[in-house]
Design a protein around this ligand. Structure first.
Ligand SMILES: [Zn+2]
Length: 212
């Protein structure tokens, strides 16, 4: 997903629960994942190249890091882990055909935000479910406006250029990837809060950076 949308999704889902300071650390860590160092050799950060299991493991690792850092009162490190976690969770919908399969499964029924399930095992276990492959360097050149179309047409349909839902330019499915990512980000927050409550609910105010 483009930086603008990672920022919007994260803020929309998490703004009520964190101080401005905490949220800005979370957002910065989220968008850092798309820097060059976060892109090369890190399929798991973005669910690229069918790294579904690796992406899920990475998310779990960030959850554990959040709890471990909160326990030693390292709030900034916990927020950074939250940023990394939310980036990966959001890219799941932008870099896979999850949304496309969800729409197919509706059998021509109108898509509806209320019924948009962001973790539907019937989709994830569908043999057609996959994430986009990145073909270098063509996929990189395909990102350029206008000229990019030429490179896109040279790429197979399982490429990032054809499959990604990174921005509205990707077509009408982007809107649903955006909504699913907001729901998922909120869900990840609630899951972490449950884990924190089990450990020590006094850590909640450290995490939120708000007087609770
Ligand atoms: Zn990414």
């Amino acid at each position: 997903m483009r930086t603008k949308y990672h920022r919007e999704i994260t803020s929309k889902a998490l703004a009520p629960y964190f101080s401005h300071r905490a949220l800005s650390v979370i957002v910065r860590a989220n968008i850092w994942q798309d820097s060059l160092r976060g892109q090369i050799g890190h399929d798991e950060f973005h669910f690229d190249n069918n790294a579904i299991e690796q992406g899920n493991t990475y998310i779990q690792l960030q959850r554990e890091l959040i709890i471990a850092n909160l326990e030693v009162h390292r709030a900034i490190k916990a927020w950074r882990a939250m940023g990394r976690l939310t980036h990966t969770a959001q890219d799941f919908y932008a870099h896979s055909n999850y949304i496309a399969l969800w729409i197919i499964g509706l059998n021509n029924k109108e898509p509806n935000l209320k019924h948009l399930s962001f973790i539907d095992n019937s989709i994830i276990n569908n043999p057609d479910f996959r994430s986009a492959k990145t073909y270098f360097p063509l996929d990189y050149f395909a990102l350029f406006p206008k000229l990019g179309t030429i490179f896109k047409n040279l790429l197979p349909k399982d490429s990032h250029a054809w499959m990604n839902l990174d921005s509205p330019e990707s077509g009408y499915l982007f809107k649903w990837a955006f909504h699913a990512a907001v729901k998922r980000t909120h869900y990840e927050y609630t899951e972490i809060i449950k884990m924190v409550q089990i450990k020590n609910s006094a850590l909640l105010s450290i995490f939120s950076d708000l007087a609770l």
